[in-house]
Ligand binder design. Sequence first.
Ligand SMILES: *Cc1c(COP(=O)(O)O)cnc(C)c1O
Length: 498
Amino acid sequence: MYISSRGNFHPVTASEAICLGMAPGGGLFVPEKVPVLNEKTISDMAGQRYGEIAQTILELYLDDFSGEEIKEIVAQSYNQENFDHPDIAPVVKLDQHTFILELWHGPTAAFKDMALQIMPRLLAKSVQKRGSAQEVIIPVATSGDTGKAALEGFKNVPGVKIIVFYPHGGVSRVQELQMTTAEGDNVAVVAVKGNFDDCQTAVKKLFTDPEFNSLFAAHQMTFSSANSINWGRLLPQIIYYFWSYSQLMHRGEISPGEKINVVVPTGNFGNILACYYAFLMGLPVDKLICASNENKVLTDVIGTGTYNRQRTFYKTISPSMDILISSNFERFLFEITGHDEDKISLWYQQLQDQGAFQVEDIYRAKWQEFLLGGFATDEETKREIKTTFTASGYVLDTHTGAGVAVYRDYVEKSGDRRKTIIDATANPYKFNRAVLEAISGQDLSGQKDEFAILEELHQVTKMPIHSALKDLDQRPVRHQRVIEKDQLGTAVKDILGI
Ligand SMILES: *Cc1c(COP(=O)(O)O)cnc(C)c1O
């Protein structure tokens, strides 16, 4: 069963947690008890296919799904129609100690596809299980990549409507075009004059707004979420941590039981939280490294215990990490405090009222045994992209570049030579301007045409252009709505005609 991190809702089954998205009064659903895998189960994963490992993990958490149902959904999600690589998420060796887990082989070229190819199927099945006749409305806040991945995953799914909100001027040109050219009868895309935090806060507010909830009820509608506040979005992300470990075992890079380090470029703390759950489930992880850009609220809270969102917001070359309110840190704190729902409620009330809260040293000491935080400036990220390309010919995107930069810095200071997995969260062509600047040393700030830059990056690196990004500039723009940040509710009503 799943419980609310703020203790304000009764325990629910997996399908209910997925349908609801979050606890109606605020709070996130978390598993009451994290299942633990024994060593043999983990070592047996060596050589298994992605889908097999997915089956093992999902069965442990989807209490009210049958094994057959899961099998069918896994097969429909993780296949070569949706992913352009037979491994789904290939593990690439960068050097003797460092491995890149490429999570961007799905239809939208970012790691969000790893979850958003399967999550709509889990949601549709969950709705069916609950026998509800209501239409499911999914407002999505995006820092750039979730939006397109959700539009793709939910496109034409019956009984579901999806409305994406992205920060106006806060995403790359490729990201913006991916969203504004989205097809499907059940999708809408809206630019918000604000940043990601504004979008996310407004969306979360809709969920808990009593007026909205009764209006929805009157129209046979209900909310759900495709953001990583939804357990159905986080759960599939646990799979690839076991998968990458199984690959290292299979190739003889590590022996069963050997501990590895994992580096995750982080924004909303979703991807890294999935790794933390894998760790709680028994995955041999020594250090979990949380990499940020200059919006380093997480580096600070991990190091000092103070979460303070009152600070300057920077627009960086890694926009999907330009986040100051990292929702899933709440789930992490819930686990670290041994499910202290009162403390979580208090801290998040303080965050809302005063913009900050302070975690006691006993908890910080607990996480510092395995969790480290670091950040890279745009300058440092670009330097790392260049260094890596020169050394190995491998092309990093700006988010992954920040991760590798933070990792190199850690190795230099610690001398830690453990085998390390670094998540590659996006295909470099999504952020071609900054990547080409990094590799070629040019200043492209005056140059407008992103697609000429994309082509030039291809000339320089010879890396194949991801199919999702080809011809993007030729497609008709279908969504042009721009709103003020306090107009989300009005836009939702207008789009739904209620
Ligand atoms: C979403 C995203 C991130 C941040 O992931 P979280 O789960 O929000 O921490 C990092 N890199 C890219 C490319 C992303 O799209």
